[in-house]
Design a protein around this ligand. Sequence first.
Ligand code: S3P
Length: 173
Amino acid sequence: MDKPIFLIGFMGSGKTTLGRKLANHLNLKFIDLDHVIVERIGMSIPAYFTQYGEQKFREMESQLLKEQRGKRAVISTGGGSPCFFDNMEWILENGISIYLYLTPKALHNRLQQSNIASRPALQGLRDEALLQFIEEKLDERAPFYKQAHIHIDQLNTSLDTICQSIETYAENK
Ligand code: S3P
C-alpha cells in the first residue's frame, strides 16, 4: 500500500485503538496524528487550546496532516481533522479513508468513561449536556466523515472484515 490508511470519526470512536491493531495486522507503521501534534507543539492539546486558541490548533493540525503524504502507515486522526479547511478532500486524494461510526449514545457511554480533561472540546460536559453536545457536533461533522471511502460499524465489525473492505476498495479503485 503506497498510501496511508486514515481512520476518521468522532472523539471516542476508537480510532487509536483500532488503528494500532490494524497497523499490526497489516504490518504497517502506526501514527497517531494527535501525538504528532503534541510532539511538534511541545505541550498538551488542552494547554495549546488555552494558550493559542482553536484556530491555531486547526492550522497546525492541517499542516501536520499533510506532512503524512505518501507514508506507508495506518494513521488515526483527531475527531475534528477531516472537518476543517480542505482536509477531507486532501485525505480522499492522498489516502484510503475509513470512517468508524457509532451512535451518539454509544459515543456518550465511551466518552463518559474516558479522560474528558484530555479533550478541550468536552471540558465541563457531563451526562445530558455531553449527549446533547455529541448529537449536535456529530450532525455537523457527519457530512465530512461520510465522504470516507469505507464506512465501518465500529462495534460490530471484525478486524478481518475491515481488512477485506480495504482490499476490496484497493482492488476496485
Ligand atoms: C478533537 C479531537 C481530539 C483532538 C482535539 C480536538 C475534536 O482527538 O484532536 O482534542 O475536535 O474532535 P480525538 O478524536 O483523538 O479525541
